[in-house]
Ligand binder design. Structure first.
Ligand SMILES: *Cc1c(COP(=O)(O)O)cnc(C)c1O
Length: 362
């Protein structure tokens, strides 16, 4: 690690691998002998097309995306998908089921209600979004166009540890803050989406994996930029795609492949998070936000019970090069986002700091 860098626990935009940033720097003035940067290059050029095709192929290979699915690179963030999904899929039956387990799924649910009959099949608000429902708790409809859930709740630090059983109803999943952290059986889903800035790339590109037969069912008034079918037909290049972000995503995917792919990330992600959860569980000072069985390996949320002490924790940690530990404004307290590019060494340093801080303030 470079000496001028910190351990960045930001929830998003999140940490990128140093090797990825180095490669981007090396290629920034002259990409592969073209004499120009990727940022200055026509998206219709053969040089850029090669980049684009490589990124898509890498994503397909590393995430094991079956042939009957299309991979799209779109703009507008994961939040635009909150509208794009109902616009394109709601007309199947006019209804959709949403499980609300946090802030983003709550927004997605409200947005979808503009386009059809939405049933909230679970709402974790009453428990302060500390839990994930069991299969039995989901009041699923058999005639929904789709069932939507958010796999990892970035703000509250909870995660689904199973894929719900929905019968013939396609599953739509927001994987923004966990995509590429573990193996996913894509065939269980109708559509998966993820803003890239949590675990993959800079902000500006959203990856959508859609089962091809689900495209083309959009409402008549669907804006052309929000139409999956046209985006599939134009291979995400209906207009200028977020060229630079897609290139950066490619560098991350190449790095991921060298690390051993999502399989390797799955092996270490739990050990990394557990190191912090072990401190919380053995502590008389730290209080975890999520119920044990709902804990996220990506975003670890905790507090001391005293906002002043939380503030002191965040300040002292930052002075030691452990930064962006402040929790979301909704939850307060602390949040350590432990994405793929966070080295084990950073988590160990955070653990040691937490133990030391408790010794001094517990
Ligand atoms: C950050 C985040 C979003 C919002 O992403 P944008 O790209 O900023 O729109 C949606 N869902 C989840 C789970 C997130 O973590």
């Amino acid at each position: 690690m470079r000496e001028d860098r910190v351990f960045n626990f930001s929830a998003g935009p999140g940490v990128l691998a140093e090797e990825v940033l180095q490669k981007a720097q090396d290629e920034i003035f002259n990409y592969h002998g073209t004499g120009m940067s990727i940022m200055e290059m026509s998206h219709r050029s053969s040089s850029y097309q090669a980049v684009f095709d490589h990124v898509k192929a890498q994503f397909k290979k590393l995430m094991h995306v079956p042939d009957n699915y299309e991979i799209l690179f779109l703009q507008g963030g994961a939040s635009t998908q909150f509208s794009m999904i109902p616009l394109n899929l709601m007309s199947i039956t006019g209804k959709a089921d949403y499980a609300v387990t946090g802030n983003f799924s709550s927004i997605a649910c409200k947005e979808a209600a503009k386009y059809g009959k939405v049933k909230c099949v679970y709402d974790g608000k009453r428990n302060g979004y500390t839990e994930i429902p069991s299969q039995d708790e989901l009041q699923l409809s058999s005639d929904a166009s789709y069932f939507h859930y958010c796999a990892n709740n970035t703000i509250y630090g909870t995660a689904w540890n199973y894929v719900p059983e929905t019968g013939n109803v396609p599953i739509v999943c927001d994987m923004s803050s966990e995509i590429t952290s573990h193996v996913v059986d894509i065939s269980r889903y109708g559509l998966i989406y993820a803003g890239a800035q949590k675990n993959m790339a800079p902000a500006g590109v959203t990856v959508v994996i859609i089962r091809k037969d689900l495209a083309g069912k959009q409402m008549a008034n669907t804006p052309y930029m929000l139409n999956y079918q046209t985006m599939i037909e134009k291979d995400s290049m209906l207009n200028t795609p977020p060229c630079w972000c897609i290139y950066m995503l490619g560098l991350t995917l190449d790095w991921l492949e060298k690390q051993g792919g999502v399989e390797a990330m799955e092996k270490i992600k739990h050990a990394k998070a557990q190191m912090i959860y072990d401190v919380i569980d053995a502590s008389a000072l730290y209080i975890g936000h999520a119920k044990k069985e709902a804990r996220s390996d990506m975003n670890v949320t905790f507090r001391t019970g005293s906002p002043e002490l939380d503030g002191q924790f965040i300040k002292e940690a930052a002075a030691q090069g452990l930064v962006s530990l402040k929790g979301h404004r909704i939850t307060g307290g602390m949040r350590a986002s432990i994405y793929n590019a966070m080295p084990m060494e950073g988590v160990e340093k955070l653990r040691d700091f937490m133990l030391d801080f408790e010794r001094r303030n517990g």
